[in-house]
Write a protein that binds this ligand. Structure first.
Ligand SMILES: [Zn+2]
Length: 293
């Protein structure tokens, strides 16, 4: 961790975060589910119970993650659940204060974001979407369940209609969306271990922009800032961040998470783990930056 003045004398987590953002030549931000949860978009508890009491009674689900991965017996039921899920976590999702504050802290810097979230948080908080790479798809997009062609589709009004006309956890059969090419059912654009994900031209363009940014910022004071990334899919954010940090002796790796995850020994000397409350740390760092530290 060469040349970072902030690291020499700052101990407070939020001021440390503010200082590192201020000082960095480049910032690569990796965002996982913990960031949305910190802003109140939780998949458990009240928010889940309020929106899906009928499904919970029927299937005894623990949380929305389990629910969203559920193997529904029929497409009518699949879309009854998914339409409500998408309305809640995309169409009607409000802007989160943590997301807004983070945007304000980085928007005048040289930065790029990668996320494994699929919700609407970045759009709602008014990010420059050319600088955000949604790696795992977006809830609002559809793909052909047979993967017959690489194109995604978006029909907000159909989602609204499925929500409003469903009865007893089923949409009418005529509302089941079909692939315009092969007539197979459509499904949400989501990566799974078995099938992968439909990646269309827009996705490829996003990928190229992200990769070019990484390529252009391989040296200098690069801050790899990882917020609320768990351990379900470490190959998308965590492990690449570790590799890139190791390749650049000036880089700093900053995971923000209340849980501490095992960090490889080789990366530890360049790691500053922030284990305080994610939202508090971001909001306080935002204040520290606007008030000049
Ligand atoms: Zn198809």
């Amino acid at each position: 961790m060469k040349n970072w003045k902030t690291l020499e004398n700052e101990k407070d987590e939020s001021r440390l975060l503010a200082g590192l953002i201020d000082e960095a030549d480049a910032i690569v931000v990796g965002i996982g589910a913990g960031m949305s949860a910190a802003d109140g978009f939780t998949y458990t508890g009240d928010r889940f119970k309020r929106n899906f009491p009928d499904f919970i009674e029927k299937y005894k689900w623990f949380d929305m993650l389990q629910a969203s991965l559920f193997d529904f017996p029929t497409l009518q039921e699949y879309w009854a659940f998914q339409s409500r899920f998408v309305e809640l976590n995309y169409l009607d999702q409000p802007a989160g204060e943590g997301y807004i504050t983070l945007r304000k802290m980085i928007e005048d810097k040289n930065y790029h974001v990668i996320t494994t979230n699929a919700d609407n948080a970045f759009y709602a908080a008014d990010y420059d979407m050319d600088k955000v790479f949604y790696y795992q798809g977006e809830y609002i997009l559809w793909q052909c369940a047979s993967f017959c062609h690489q194109q995604t589709y978006r029909h907000d009004e159909k989602i609204r209609e499925m929500v409003s006309v469903q009865k007893d956890m089923e949409i009418p059969p005529e509302l089941i969306p079909r692939c315009p090419e092969c007539d197979a059912p459509m499904e949400l654009n989501k990566r799974t271990a078995e099938k992968g994900m439909v990646e269309d031209d827009a996705f490829e363009a996003d990928r190229r922009r992200y990769e070019s940014f990484l390529e252009e910022n391989r040296s200098g004071k690069v801050l790899y800032l990882e917020i609320g990334v768990g351990y379900t899919t470490p190959q998308f954010i965590k492990q690449p961040f570790w590799r890139m940090t190791r390749r650049n002796e000036e880089a700093v790796y900053v995971p923000m998470n209340q849980k501490t995850y095992r960090i490889p020994e080789a990366v530890r000397p360049q790691t500053v783990a922030l284990t305080g409350d994610i939202r508090e740390n971001i909001l306080n760092a935002g204040r520290a930056l606007t008030h000049g530290g």
